[in-house]
Design a protein around this ligand. Structure first.
Ligand SMILES: [Fe+2]
Length: 232
């Protein structure tokens, strides 16, 4: 009976070297990946008072957002391990944590820049023209966005987004920490966080008062910049 050992052994060695090389490459990618970090605010925790108080801002940024960042890093590490092992079941099981913590990090990172102690007033230029075109007036846009945001059941976000396909502005609500673009395709321009951690210490259960007040600290220049980038 002819032996196959002679032809099989070099092939086995070659495949083994490939497996080791692939494993090393994955390890290098994992090692080189930068961990997500909590972004600094460009204003003090008390700078948005009296509309959003310092205690809310301090807890919201340094505790809540920081927790999303930490848990996102942990989830990504587990995901990379699962990927390296080819464990699809583990990868699928990690999806909810990736969506929740990744969404939480994405959403809050946008939110802080949407706010400014020098905010409020009205948007200018191209953004204002787009708002008038798509909602009739700035006031009507605010009323619609406030209504949709206040009506979020439980925890979530209200958004003003840009629809690339039509070139129009849209208002949408997302549950939990579902990120706007990842779940609807709209590019986020302005988000209003209506998780209770965003307002309860100051506004208690009266979410409409918080949403009414937040217009006083909206950084329309940032929203305008986001629209210009989204249109490219
Ligand atoms: Fe939040």
């Amino acid at each position: 009976m002819p032996s196959t050992t002679g032809s099989f052994f070099p092939l086995f060695c070659f495949l083994s070297r490939c497996a080791v090389s692939l494993s090393q490459s994955i390890c290098k990618i994992a090692a080189s990946r930068q961990k997500h970090t909590l972004p600094d605010l460009t204003y003090d925790y008390g700078a948005l008072e009296p509309h959003i108080n310092a205690e809310i801002m301090q807890l919201h940024h340094s505790k809540h957002h920081a927790t999303y960042v930490n848990n996102l890093n942990v989830t990504e590490e587990k995901y990379e391990e699962a990927l390296a092992k080819g464990d699809v079941t583990a990868q699928v099981a990690l999806q909810p944590a990736l969506k929740f913590n990744g969404g939480g990090h994405i959403n809050h990172t946008i939110f802080w820049t949407n706010l400014s102690p020098n905010g409020g007033g009205e948007p200018q230029g191209e953004l204002m023209e787009a708002i008038k075109r798509d909602f009739g007036s700035f006031q009507k846009m605010k009323e619609k966005m406030a209504a949709v945001t206040v009506a979020v059941q439980g925890s979530g976000w209200g958004w003003l987004g840009y629809e690339k396909e039509t070139g129009r502005l849209r208002i949408a609500a997302c549950a939990n920490q579902d990120p706007l673009q990842g779940t609807t395709g709209l590019i986020p321009l302005l988000g209003i966080d209506v998780w209770e951690h965003a307002y309860y210490l100051q506004y208690k259960n009266v979410r409409p008062d918080y949403v009414k007040a937040i217009w006083n600290v909206i950084n329309w220049e940032n929203v305008h910049e986001r629209l210009q980038i989204a249109k490219k």
